[in-house]
Structures are given as structure tokens and as C-alpha cells.
Design a binder for this molecule. Sequence first.
Ligand code: PLP
Length: 506
Amino acid sequence: MREQTFAERLNETMTARSLKQADLIRIAGERGTKLGKSQVSQYANGKTVPRSDVLRILSDILEVRAEWLIDGTEPVSEEREIEPPLHREKEGHAENREKDGAMGAIRKSTKLDNVLYDVRGPVVEEAERMEQAGATILKLNIGNPAPFDFRAPDEMIYDMGRQLADCEGYSSAKGLFSARKAIMQYAQLKHIEGVTIEDVYTGNGVSELINLSLLALLDNGDEVLVPSPDYPLWTACVTLAGGTPVHYVSDEQAEWYPDMDDIRKKITSRTKALVVINPNNPTGSLYPPAVLQELIDIAREHDLIIFSDEIYDRVVMDGLEHVSIASMAPDLFCVTFSGLSKSHMVAGYRIGWMILSGNKAKAHDYILGINMLCNMRMCSNVPAQSIVQTALGGHQSVQGYVVPGGRVYEQREFVYKALNDIPGVTAVKPKAGFYIFPKLDVKKFNITDDEQFALDLLHEKKILVVHGGGFNWKKPDHFRVVFLPRIEVLGEAMESLADFLAHYRQ
Ligand code: PLP
């Protein structure tokens, strides 16, 4: 007979105890251990098994032996005496490692314990499992333009081909001169003052540079203000670097602009930096100068570094103009991030950059840290660097997508109307990017778990979306839709969603 898995034992015991995943999280929290939603869902789905300290917390809550839970060696004991949690808290990491070794399991680092990245998380894994079993899934979960027939401009592909033979070696750690010069000139066009070629760093996408810039900055316990909802890599990288992400809310009633009072309330003596995602993913909000000014005032008052993620700065609609926050704060140390993944539809080429501006003298030591990490990764993808100059100069094909008649614009119009037409769904119109972040009437649908909503939609309609929690949004009332597919496909998806919500009650 096939042996039961850990996940099966966990689920059975939870059922026997009438406990849901949310109960485990709550009780663990009450006992001083923070468990993440995705973390617990991964245990229940059999994607991973807990480390020994988490295993002990689970076994305590479920009143079963840890050994039985992990490998089935011991019977369930209803009478088992539960040791006081304090005793366990004293157990050192090394001791846990020893026990892990005895069990033969190779565990992931504890550094990853609170790191969540649900844009590619458990719901996506379930979608992959369904695909392997033959289902066709419509993926509205990730802002990857190429699978939806968005092509790189021909000139970029041609130019990369021509230069490929010259791209076999490493470049300098920060990047090719031609690429950095073009990025420097781009900074000039965005009115960011005083940027020299030495202030420009290329990366394997903005993603690598987000990670690198935080790793170089943060000591354990340093706090970084990150928006909620956010592009979750920011929260994940702050955590991975040992920092504490402190979320400030963006206000749906006010075009999803940051709530300044909330930011002010959350500043402490340990706050080092303020993350601004403008244009925003997942909300599609574009911050006007007045909003940027308020953010600058706060940063200036509290001596905060500004990290500004502007990867969607060229995917702006309705004739609006994107303003770089760094251009309005020449006295503050700012790091501005952008790249070609979205504006040139080449997310797979992996090319992004960051620009340092403002009071660089003050940041001298931090810059040495950034340089060290840059040197350690040798350089970013050189063929992709070789086309930055081509990409940033001359005609910008993305312009054609974001005006009436263009695909991004028309798809935005369509999805915005279609979502707002569904009873129980409301959405603010995005001004930029590829995403919309609709709100669900949780009372109407009785929704208490947004990840469950995403899973239920996936199972019933084979549509993959990311739940709001995946963007560090604390209430279970939002989800994100990527509007990259063509209108015909979006049309079918919206019909299916409406059909699903016509009867859905959690
Ligand atoms: N920042 C934001 C706000 C994003 O939405 C994304 C990707 O979706 C990234 C950064 C990562 O971009 P890249 O492909 O340059 O790593």
C-alpha cells in the first residue's frame, strides 16, 4: 500500500481537529510564531515540508507527534502532553539542523522563511499541474508580453544579431559604455540632474538590481517602507536582505495614491528607505507631481533613501506624462529603476538598469557596497546590453500601443468596462502598465480567503489570476488581472469570470 504523505497526514489531522489553514496561522501567531498564508498552503498542497521548528509548532497545534506528522512513524496520540512553547523557543538553529540531518532531509535556508513571491506561487503550481494533466489554462497572472503576440521591435533583434559576436566576453561590471551612455541620456530626458555614466548600473532585469540594492543596504531589522499593494519582489527582497518590510497603504478611493498619513505613522528610527512604484503594479496608478512632492517631503524630513521603480514609465495612457520622482528631488539620494522588459516587450532578454542621483557623497559607503555586489556578479547579460542604445533612441514603438487604437489601450478599455459590468466587482481605471486590480464584494461572495478564490476560479474556469494577498494586500477583497491578451481572449475570460461570480459563494 502507498504510504501517506506529510500533506495527507496534515490535511487529515486538520479535518479531524476542524482546523483550517487560517486557524493554523492564527494559533501559531498567538503562540508567537508567524506563519505565512502561502507557507501553510504549500505544506497542505504537498509542495514542501516544514523545517523542524515549524513542524513542532504545527504538531503542537494539531496535538500529534512531530515524528508522525513528518514521516508517519508514530501513531496519533490524543493524550500527548504538549511541551510549553517557551521550551522550544530555546532550541537553537544548530540543534534543528542536527535533527534535520538525522531525518535526512535537505532544508532550505531559514533566510527564506518569510519570503513570499506568489506571482509564481502555489496557485501557479496548481495551474501547472492542471496543464500537465491536459487542461488549457488562460494565464492572466504575469506581465510577460511575448506569449500574447507582443513582439520586440525588428531593429532590436537585427542589431543584437549583428553585435552577438562581440558580446562573448564579460562587460565591465556596471555594463557596456554604449548602454550606460544611452541610459544616462535617458536620465537627462527625464530631467534627473547630475547623473554621470558612473551612476548607471545595468542588471539582468530590474529584478536583479532590486535584490542587489537592498542586499547592499540593509542590516538585520532595518525597515523599508513598501507600498501595499506592491510588486511583491520588493517585499521579498527586503526580507531576504534581513530587513523588515513595513507596508503603507495605497488608497483605492484616491486613484490608488499612497496614503501619506499612513506612511508618516509607520516611520521609526530604523526606517531607511521609501519604495515608490510609479507607475504602479498592480494598481496601474500614475502619481502626479503633487503626490510625488508629498513623498519627497516625507523622505526629506526623515532622511530616507527613495527607491523608485519606474519600469512602466513608457507604458502610460490617456496622454499623461510620467515624472521621475528623482527629477523633483535633486538633493535627496534616489535610486531609479527601469528597463526594457515592458516598454520593448523583451522581458526574456533580461535587461534593466538603476540610476543613482542626488546626494551621492552621503551615500559613498553604500555605493561601495553596491559596486562590490556588482563586481561579484561579473556583469549583466551582454547581448541584451548591446541593444539598449538602439532601444532608447529613435522611434518608440510602445507609443503605438498606448494610444486609442493601440492594443494596450484598447485592451485596458475593454477589461475595465467588462469588470465593472460584473455585479459585485468594481475597479479603478489603470493609467499605465498592463494590470488592473479589481475589488470583490466580499459580503456578496462571502470571501474570506482570496487565495482560495483564485484557486476556485482556476479549477472551475481554468483562468489564472493572482489574489490580492500575493501583492501584500491585507484584505481578501482584491485580485489582479493582466490585460495583455487580445480582446477576443479577454472577452471570453471576462464572460467566464462573470459566469463564475454569478453563483460563487465561498
Ligand atoms: N518592477 C515591477 C513593478 C514589475 O512589475 C516587474 C515585472 O513585472 C519588475 C520590476 C521586474 O522587471 P524585470 O523584467 O526588469 O526584472
